[in-house]
Design a protein around this ligand. Structure first.
Ligand SMILES: *Cc1c(COP(=O)(O)O)cnc(C)c1O
Length: 777
C-alpha cells in the first residue's frame, strides 16, 4: 500500500483507535484530510507577496477539491470503496460557507488560480464561528438556522498560536489567533495559505471575579471577545453600519497588517522603505479599507515615520476593487460610531482628508466640486472615497462596470486620477467548476483535446472542429442528461422526495435573492406561461422545469416575500394535473457552493436577468456558460462579454440597455404598462387577488406596492420589471421553441463551452499580478 493510504490508516488508529472498516464518516474525513495535509509543504515566498484582504472567503467543501488538485482524488475514492464506503460519502460533510455569495466565491477562485499558476497570493480574512445561515422552507417561508460548520472538525486548518497578535478597541482588547489553511494549486506543487483570524480573550478566565463568586463576570471577557468573530453578517450588497461589523473589519485588518509588518521585519529589519516592493495588498470591496489608516497608524506610531513617507508606502501597497454600482451599497461609517470603536485610527483618517484637501487645492479643483470628494462629510466616513484616494489602483469587475465606475459612480474621482482606474473582468476556477463538478464533461473534453484546459482554459477553443460533429454533439447531450439524472437524485433526497423530470428542459436561476436580480420577473414569466398553457393559447411548449436557488438576508422583507411567492407558484403549478406534464417549478433549499456544483452541470438555460447597470459582473453566469447552458439575459455585467465571446446567436438577450433605461428614467410609469397590458396585469394581480396566499403576512401586497406605488425611498418598479416583461417573455419562449431542435440547440450549448476560456480566474489573477501587484507571472 502507498504512503497516502498508510497515513490515513495511521491517523485512524492513532486518533480514534479504529480501522477504516470500523470508522465513522467524520473519523474518515478527518483522517483523509490530515493525511493529505501531511503530504504538503508550503512554498516559501522569495520575491513580492500579494495579499488578498477579504471579509469573506466562500471556499465550499474542501476535501474533494484539495484531493483533486493533489492528484489523490481517485485514490481516495478507491480507498473508500475498498473499505465498504460510497466514494461520495464526504458529501455529508458541511459546505464551508464563510461568505455570502459572489464576492466571497471570487476570493476563493482567485486563491485557487494563484496557487495553480505559482503566484504567491495569500488570503487574509475572518474565521467566523458560524458561517452563512442554513436555509429551509416552512410552508414556503424561509427559515434560518446556524451554520455550525466545525461540527465535524476542521482538519484542513492549522492553528498558529505562535503568530497570535493583540488587537485593541476603545472598550476591549482581544487576541487574534490565526488559523492557516493550505491553498493547493493544481498538481500540488505550489501551496499558498489562507490565514483566517479568530478572536479570543486576552485572559481566558478572570479568577478574581470567580473568587468573588461573580461567575458571569468571570466569563464575560471571553464572551465579548468571541463575539467579534462569532458570525458572518448575512447581508449581500447592503452595508449594515453596525458596531460589531466595524469591529470585525478592524479586527482582521489590524491582525493581518501586524502579521505582515512582522514578516517585513524578518526580511529587512525595521527598515520599511521596501515595504511596497515586498507586499501588494488587494482590498476586496470596502470591507477591508480600514486597513489603509491602520497601516499609516502602525508606521507613524510604532515606527516613527512621517506622514509623507508612510503615505507613499501605503498608496504603493494597496489597491481597491469596487464591486457595486448602486450608490446605496457604498459603505460609510458614522464618525461617532467610528470614534466609539477605534478612536486611535480616526486621526489617520483626518490626516488623509487633510492631505486630500491639499491635493485638491494644488490641482485647482473649484470649491463647489470638492464636496463630492470629501472622505469625511455629513458626519460620515466614505470608505470608497478613502480607498480611491489612498491606493494606486481602483478596478471594476467587468468591462461595463468599470466604465460605469468612471462615468456614473465616481466620475469626479476619475477626473482627478484617470490613471488609477482599471478593469479586471471576474473569472471562475475551472478546477472546481468543471473538472470537479462535471467529470463526465471533463472526460469528454480531455478525450478530444487533451487535459491542457485544466490550467489553460483558452484551449477549449480546440473543440471547434467538433461543433458540427453529430456524434460529439450526441455524446454532449447524453452527458447533460446524465447530469440531470444526478440532480434529480439529489433533489429527491434533499427536497422531500420531489420528482424532477429529467426529460424536461432545465431553466435555472441561482444567486442571492435581490430585487435587482429580478427573481420576481422570472416568477411573473412562469405565471404567464402557466396561464397561457391553461388557456390553450400556448401550444407546442417544450416541457420545462423552472429551478431557483437563493438565500434572502433575514432582515430583507421583500426578498423573503419573493421566496414565498415563488414557492406558492410552485405549489399551484406542481399540483395542477392540467399542466403537470408540461411544467414544474422548484425552489431548492439552502443553495450553496455544493448545491451549485449539482445544479450548474444540469442546466440548459442560465437566467441572468438583472436590470441593466445593476449587476457588477456576476460569476454564476460564467459557471453556467462553461457547463454548456445558454444565457437568457440582459446586457449587464459580464453577460456582455459572454455574448461577445460565444455570439449573440447562441444566447438569448432581451430587455433595455443601460442607455435606454437612463433615457426613460425620469418619465417611466409602470402604472401605464399595468393598465394597458392585460398579461402584465394578470400576473401582477396574483399578488393581491387571492390566487396565491402569503398567510396574511402582507408580504405580497408590499411587493405589489413596490411595483406600482413606490415608497419614500424609491420610485415605483425601480428595477423595471414591467418594462422588460414582454421582451423577456418573448425571449424565454424563443429559447423554448428552439429547444425542440435538440441537435441545433446542443450546438449552441457546445459553442458556449468552447468559448468560455476568457472566464477562467487564471486569466483574471494573472492580470491583477501583472497590472496591479507587480508580481512576476
Ligand atoms: C458563484 C456563486 C454565487 C454568485 O452567483 P451570481 O449569479 O454571480 O450572483 C453565489 N453563490 C454561490 C454559492 C456561488 O457558487
Amino acid at each position: 500500500m502507498n504512503q497516502f493510504e498508510q497515513q490515513i490508516d495511521a491517523f485512524l488508529e492513532y486518533d480514534y483507535g479504529v480501522t477504516a472498516r470500523q470508522a465513522t464518516v467524520p473519523q474518515l474525513y478527518n483522517a483523509v484530510s490530515k493525511a493529505a495535509v501531511k503530504s504538503l509543504s508550503v512554498s516559501p515566498v522569495s520575491g513580492k507577496k500579494a495579499c488578498y484582504f477579504s471579509a469573506e472567503f466562500l471556499v465550499g467543501r474542501l476535501v474533494y477539491s484539495n484531493l483533486l488538485n493533489l492528484g489523490l482524488l481517485d485514490r481516495c475514492r478507491a480507498y473508500l470503496a475498498q473499505n465498504g464506503f460510497d466514494p461520495g460519502v464526504f458529501e455529508t460533510i458541511e459546505d464551508d460557507a464563510l461568505g455570502n455569495g459572489g464576492l466571497g466565491r471570487l476570493a476563493a477562485c482567485f486563491l485557487d488560480s494563484a496557487a495553480t499558476h505559482d503566484i504567491p497570493l495569500y488570503g487574509y480574512g475572518i474565521r467566523y464561528r458560524y458561517g452563512l445561515f442554513r436555509q429551509y422552507f416552512e410552508k414556503g417561508f424561509q427559515k434560518e438556522t446556524a451554520d455550525d460548520w466545525q461540527n465535524m472538525g476542521d482538519p484542513w486548518a492549522i492553528r498558529r498560536e505562535e503568530d497570535t497578535v493583540i488587537v485593541v478597541f476603545a472598550d476591549q482588547t482581544v487576541r487574534a489567533v490565526p488559523y492557516d489553511m493550505p491553498v493547493i494549486g493544481w498538481g500540488g506543487n505550489t501551496v499558498n495559505i489562507l490565514r483566517l483570524w479568530q478572536s479570543e480573550p486576552v485572559s481566558a478566565f478572570d479568577f478574581e471575579q470567580f473568587n468573588l463568586q461573580k461567575y458571569d463576570e468571570a466569563v464575560a471577557e471571553r464572551v465579548r471577545a468571541e463575539e467579534i468573530t462569532a458570525v458572518l453578517y448575512p447581508n449581500d450588497d447592503t452595508p449594515v453600519g453596525k458596531q460589531l461589523r466595524l469591529k470585525q473589519q478592524y479586527f482582521f485588518c489590524s491582525a493581518s497588517l501586524q502579521s505582515l509588518v512582522k514578516e517585513s521585519i524578518r526580511r529587512r529589519g525595521d527598515n520599511f522603505s521596501h515595504f511596497a516592493e515586498d507586499f501588494a495588498i488587494q482590498l476586496n470591496d470596502t470591507h477591508p479599507v480600514i486597513a489603509i489608516p491602520e497601516l499609516l497608524r502602525i508606521f507613524m506610531e510604532d515606527y516613527r515615520m512621517s506622514f509623507e513617507d508612510a503615505f507613499v508606502l501605503v498608496r504603493d501597497t494597496f489597491a481597491y476593487t469596487n464591486h457595486t454600482i448602486m450608490a446605496e451599497a457604498l459603505e460609510t461609517w458614522d464618525t461617532s460610531l467610528f470614534l466609539s470603536v477605534v478612536p486611535q485610527v480616526y486621526p489617520y483618517v483626518v490626516m488623509l482628508q487633510n492631505s486630500l484637501n491639499r491635493d485638491l487645492k494644488e490641482k485647482g479643483v473649484p470649491p463647489q466640486e470638492q464636496s463630492e470628494l470629501q472622505i469625511i462629510s455629513g458626519g460620515k466616513i466614505h470608505m470608497a472615497r478613502l480607498a480611491v484616494y489612498a491606493t494606486h489602483a481602483t478596478n471594476g469587475v467587468a468591462k461595463i462596470h468599470s466604465e460605469l465606475l468612471k462615468s456614473t459612480v465616481m466620475p469626479e474621482w476619475y477626473r482627478l486620477y484617470p490613471e488609477r482606474f482599471q478593469n479586471k473582468t471576474n473569472g471562475i476556477t475551472q478546477r472546481r467548476w468543471l473538472a470537479l463538478c462535471n467529470q463526465e464533461l471533463s472526460a469528454f473534453i480531455t478525450e478530444r483535446i487533451g487535459n491542457g484546459w485544466i490550467t489553460d482554459l483558452n484551449q477549449l477553443k480546440k473543440l471547434e472542429p467538433y461543433q458540427n460533429d453529430p456524434a460529439s454533439l450526441a455524446r454532449y447531450r447524453d452527458i447533460k442528461r446524465e447530469k440531470k439524472l444526478q440532480l434529480c437524485h439529489h433533489v429527491r433526497i434533499h427536497e422531500y422526495g420531489f420528482e424532477l423530470n429529467p426529460d424536461f428542459l432545465f431553466d435555472i436561476q441561482i444567486k442571492r435573492l435581490h430585487e435587482y436580480k429580478r427573481q420576481l420577473l422570472n416568477a411573473f414569466s412562469i405565471l404567464d406561461i402557466y396561464f397561457a398553457l391553461k388557456d390553450g393559447t400556448l401550444t407546442d411548449f417544450y416541457p420545462t422545469a423552472f429551478l431557483f436557488g437563493a438565500k434572502a438576508a433575514p432582515g430583507y422583507r421583500r426578498a423573503k416575500g419573493i421566496i414565498k411567492f415563488i414557492n406558492e407558484i410552485a405549489r399551484v403549478v406542481n399540483e395542477d394535473p392540467q399542466v403537470k406534464d408540461r411544467m414544474q417549478v422548484l425552489f431548492v433549499q439552502n443553495y450553496n457552493v455544493s448545491y451549485a456544483e449539482k445544479l450548474i452541470p444540469a442546466a440548459d438555460v442560465s437566467e441572468q436577468i438583472s436590470t441593466a447597470g445593476t449587476e457588477a459582473s456576476g460569476t454564476g453566469n460564467m459557471k453556467l456558460m462553461l457547463n454548456g447552458a445558454v444565457t437568457l439575459g440582459t446586457l449587464d455585467g459580464a453577460n456582455i462579454e459572454i455574448v461577445e465571446q460565444s455570439g449573440m446567436e447562441n444566447n438569448y438577450i432581451f430587455g433595455a440597455t443601460v442607455e435606454e433605461l437612463a433615457a426613460i428614467a425620469d418619465t417611466y410609469d409602470p402604472k401605464v404598462l399595468y393598465e394597458e397590458n392585460s398579461r402584465i396585469r394578470r400576473v401582477v394581480d396574483t399578488l393581491i387577488d387571492g390566487t396565491l396566499d402569503d398567510g396574511k403576512t402582507g408580504l405580497f401586497q408590499e411587493l405589489y406596492d413596490s411595483l406600482l406605488e413606490g415608497a419614500s425611498w424609491h420610485r415605483a418598479d425601480q428595477y423595471y420589471l414591467l418594462h422588460d416583461f414582454e421582451s423577456y417573455c418573448e425571449a424565454k419562449l424563443r429559447v423554448n421553441r428552439q429547444y425542440h431542435n435538440r441537435e441545433e440547440f446542443s450546438r449552441k450549448c457546445f459553442v458556449n463551452t468552447m468559448n468560455a476560456g476568457k472566464f477562467s480566474s487564471d486569466r483574471t489573477v494573472k492580470e491583477y499580478a501583472a497590472e496591479i501587484w507587480g508580481v512576476p507571472i
